[in-house]
Design a protein around this ligand. Sequence first.
Ligand code: ATP
Ligand code: MG
Length: 475
Amino acid sequence: MPKFPLDNSFRFRNQKETMSKIVSVSIEMLLEKLASEAVVLFARRERIHDYLVQWKKTLEKIKAVIEDAEEKQTREESVKMWLYELQNLAYDVEDLLGEFETEALRRKLLLEPAAADHHQPSTSKFPKFIRTWGTNLGLPSIKLDYKVVSKVEEVNARLQDIAMQIQPLDLREKYGGRSKRFRQRRPTTSLVHEAKVYGRSKEREEIVELLLKEDGTSHNNNHFSVVSIIGMGGLGKTTLAQLVYNDSRVQCHFDLKAWTYVSQDFDIIRVTKSILRSVAMGIVDHNDLNLLQWKLKKQLFGKRFLLVLDDVWNENYNDWIDLSRPFQDGAPGSKIIITTRNADAALIMGTVQAYPLKGLSNDDCMCLFTQHSLETRDFSMHQPLKEIGAKIVIKCNGLPLAAKALGCLLHGKYDPSDWESVLNSRIWDLSQGRCDIVHTLALSYHYLSRPLKKCFAYCSLFPKDYEFQEEETIL
Ligand SMILES: Nc1ncnc2c1ncn2[C@@H]1O[C@H](COP(=O)(O)OP(=O)(O)OP(=O)(O)O)[C@@H](O)[C@H]1O
Ligand SMILES: [Mg+2]
């Protein structure tokens, strides 16, 4: 029997947070299920469709405020209880819809031969029989178990009750469903303090080499090619891109350079404007995309340009095609560097060279950590802290963001007991103050698909390194 050791080093801060994440994913999954053809057809047939339409509307309303509830639950017991009731209800609704699906399937199997006699073409993925059953075939309706009917009514009453509490609990909608937290990442710039960057010389050389290389042929009829730096949040992608961007060989090689912070909110006008501002060094005060693109095209025409698109999340091919229109007429050898956590986004952008970034070496991580904790490059002046410090650095696992964040937490602290407490704490317990790890990595969670979100939230309930059996997992 296969066993899976669990490395859930990054988890939600606590069980409460895990619970609320499961609730919001459950609601999304229920909405999907309510829209499924099998459930809809079954419900119509059984005259419970009106209930389901109402549930969909109510769940949408609840979904809009769930993020606010997630935030308020830590302060307000009543909101915590509300989320708890909601989760229980979500499980019951899921079971009920599952029963509908099973029943629909059972009926299909029971009556399929009859349906096969009606040779009518169907475009639906769901068997035609379910759609026509009981009407075209003149078959008697199989009565819904009264228990199911009363369950539907009970669920309906609970759902309405939960929805009615939204106002008294003062739960509010957040930015059209998107969290403020995810909107507030600070834009990056091309400036870097090189002396405070540790390691990365090999990576820098390799990327500079890729940039200076004359590709010879054009890629997809473009004169530019795309180099993607790919890796998890906080790994140092932006930092590496900054090093490369400011490299003197790169400075000399390209006629024009631009640095643009893209972020999760891909806005073609903002991005185009930002590139144009960099290459034209002028004021760009209008929002006409057509005009902006023509101006940019003119600026790039015949020039060998380097463009950094930092922090790309967008996987929409058409957005990329639209954005890249003005880039087509640059001189051969033009390059675009993108930094992204998302390998699919890199693919969409026609990456010619993917550069998967690895973590820092232990030594470099140590320098980074001591820089931020002790303002030195090692422990020579602080021997009593050396052993604990080394263990904290191992805990960072080569992730610069972690080394920096934990270093900052210990800045100005020289008592070994403070260091011990950081060593023995869980990273997500430390991260509510100055330490920004969870905030940064939570973005990656936000972008997981719904089923993966649920898996992630579920796994985070287990203790770290817990070995579980495949059969034990119930999702
Ligand atoms: N080699 C390094 N030396 C010193 N500090 C570093 C190094 N690499 C990264 N850092 C620091 O670690 C933090 C995270 O790095 P960075 O922003 O480059 O990561 P990232 O991979 O771009 O993350 P994200 O996916 O969130 O954009 C930054 O504060 C940066 O200054
Ligand atoms: Mg970055």
